[in-house]
Design a protein around this ligand. Sequence first.
Ligand code: BG6
Length: 484
Amino acid sequence: MSTPVFLLFGATGDLARRMLWPSLFHLYCDGLLPAGLRLIGSSRSALENAAFRETLRSNIGKYSNQPELDVAALARFLETIEYVAVDVGEAAEFQRLADLINSYPAPELLCYVSTSPSLYKTVARNLHAVGLARSNTRLMLEKPIGHDLASSQDILNAVGALFAEDQVFRVDHYLGKETVQNLLALRFGNSLFEPIWNAQCIDHVQITIAETVGVEGRWSYYDDAGALRDMVQNHILQTLALVAMEPPASLDAAAVRNEKVKVMQSLRPLTAHSVQQHVVAAQYVAGISGESRVPGYLQEEGAVSGSRTETYVAIQAHIDNWRWKGVPFFLRTGKRLETRYSEIMVQFREVPHNIFEGAQGALSPNRLVIRLQPQETITLELMSKRPGLNQVQLQPVALNLSLTEAFQRDRRRIAYERLLLDALHGNGTLFVRRDELEAAWAWIDGIHAAWQQVGMTPKTYPSGTPGPVAADRMMEQAGTRWHG
Ligand code: BG6
């Protein structure tokens, strides 16, 4: 019998504190962790087991979304955790980990690397050096993997030389979100949508991830990334792939990822010409967010003056394949916007002939709106006659499905709970395969190259507003407007 072992590098970091440990604790409470699982936390800090467990106790208390914290279960959970201080840059220090792990009978290791991505290669190499890169070892790697295609391939090659593709689980936490997975159910569990899910019936699609937060103390990381690398390269393109892919043969990891990668590979590259019409980049300046006055991007702590990094980006993308010929996909994301929400809006074509000419109220096209957060709702906007004896008056009404209400009794899970559980069971469906990542980077690199050619300077938008006017203008030129 083998012993499952979970090893977390970066065990005292922000992601671990806020998401990973609380997720593991929830899985523990529900009896979902594999029997006999050993948990090891590791970071550079010199901490005793007891001190590490104490910090976990207070962090889990703070970040767990359980209605009531099960204090007794938390005490038992903490007992199962060991802490080993390791400087991942020091190969010799990995021996301590190897000694502990090898003291368990037939260990089967899942190693979550939540460190700076610049250390991924080193971690892989050092695991290998102490004999921990076995055929039954799995690695979970957080985004961003690289900064562009070349740097990403550098990491992928180094890790790939020591671990096979099915041993590497690349995390995009959007894929762990219930509503993102629900896209598969909506599209392929209903016969209603698939026949109309194409260029004949769909006019365009909008995908929005709007945030109210600023750079949250991560100025130097963010400045290097910008909205394009931080959000579009991963979360938005992954969501787009699920919206646009062909029906997979099954829910199997290979089947789903084969279809997703085709979407990424069919994205039309942007050129120096098209980037000026089809991409808007902008940076937030000071403004009012909620009730408070907030600084502009260039006044944030750690900011370097003159940065031209975009904190907002809107793109008119095209997928060059049979299904989506001529259908624009409008993608946008930004920080310090007016409201926090993520949604997918599918706008259907207008009716071929309007028999209501002259009736009051214009005929609007049908829209399917899938809100991913903060509330989980699916709305279908349909035209309806307003009750009354007067002249026909039309109005769009919403057929509304609140998932939060429909599934009231089901607890909302942290996205990482799903991902951790799947990786523990070796199921890669909700992780990003190497070719998907490469295709996504290639497309993003194309936009950066085009920006460079045209000397892109971001527009500005005041914090707390819906974004730059140039993005509205881009929509007007495309004959439409933003939803929401
Ligand atoms: C992360 C980005 O990947 O996703 C952050 O690095 C962003 O900049 C975050 O704030 C958004 O995630 P969520 O789940 O809050 O929408």
